[in-house]
Each structure stands twice: as structure tokens, then as C-alpha cells.
Design a protein. Structure first.
Length: 131
């Protein structure tokens, strides 16, 4: 059995799609080495999106760390992914996605050009860093 420790370092905004209520997140994490992935999430349900991110990372890490050799014992092929501070991480990511959703709604409701680019800049600069 392999145990892989996974730590999310930072999440920032990539592209955003206001009409579809979706946003592309740049997720920086460490599983023994620093890595980055891009994940498009639906911002209408922030808690579900946070859980989907962690589920996606788990599945990806299991595929990376699976033994390619056919082992006879099932235990040898089992990969346990441990995410540091998982419960608080879900809450923080969920809150971050809610803030992103609020900014996107603010962009949607802007009917004058004044301040429009500032709100977009604010959205693009949103990020959450984990210790």
C-alpha cells in the first residue's frame, strides 16, 4: 500500500465564463513535488465545486501512483491519498468560489463601462493561499 500526502498550496483564477457560471481555477499543489493543474468548476454550488476539486485531485494522484506491474495482492495496488487539513480546506475553497461567484455576478450586473475593467481586474487577482 502506498500513502501519498497531498497539500494544496494556492488556487487562483484562470479564465472565467460568466454566461455558464463557470471559472477555470489554477490549482498549485505538492505531492512530493510542486505541480499545477487547471480545473473548470461550476460556481453555482461552491461546496460541491470544492469537493469536486479534491475528488479530481485524488483520482489523478491514484492514477499517477498506481503500480504498473500486476501485483497479486490487492493491498499492493492500493493507493491512499491523504489531503492535509481536508475539512478546513473544503470550507476555504468553498468560500473562495463563493467570492468568485459574487464578483462574476457583479460583472454581469454592470450596465455601464465605468468600473467594468476594474471589477474584471479584481476578479483576475483573486486567489487563496494555504499554509
Amino acid at each position: 500500500m502506498k500513502i501519498v500526502s497531498l497539500e494544496i498550496k494556492k488556487i487562483s483564477i484562470g479564465k472565467f465564463f460568466p454566461r455558464e457560471d463557470k471559472v477555470e481555477l489554477d490549482i498549485f499543489f505538492n505531492d512530493g513535488s510542486d505541480k499545477e493543474i487547471f480545473k473548470i468548476v461550476n460556481i453555482s454550488d461552491s461546496e460541491r465545486a470544492a469537493e469536486d476539486i479534491l475528488m479530481y485531485l485524488r483520482k489523478m494522484e491514484k492514477n499517477i501512483h498506481k503500480d504498473s506491474e500486476n501485483r497479486e495482492l490487492i493491498v499492493d495496488n492500493y493507493v491512499n491519498i491523504v489531503i492535509k487539513n481536508e475539512d478546513s480546506l473544503i470550507k476555504e475553497i468553498s468560500l473562495f468560489i463563493q467570492n468568485v461567484g459574487n464578483k462574476i455576478n457583479e460583472i454581469k450586473q454592470k450596465d455601464v463601462a465605468e468600473g467594468y475593467l476594474d471589477v474584471i481586474r479584481e476578479l483576475k487577482n483573486l486567489k487563496v493561499e494555504f499554509q
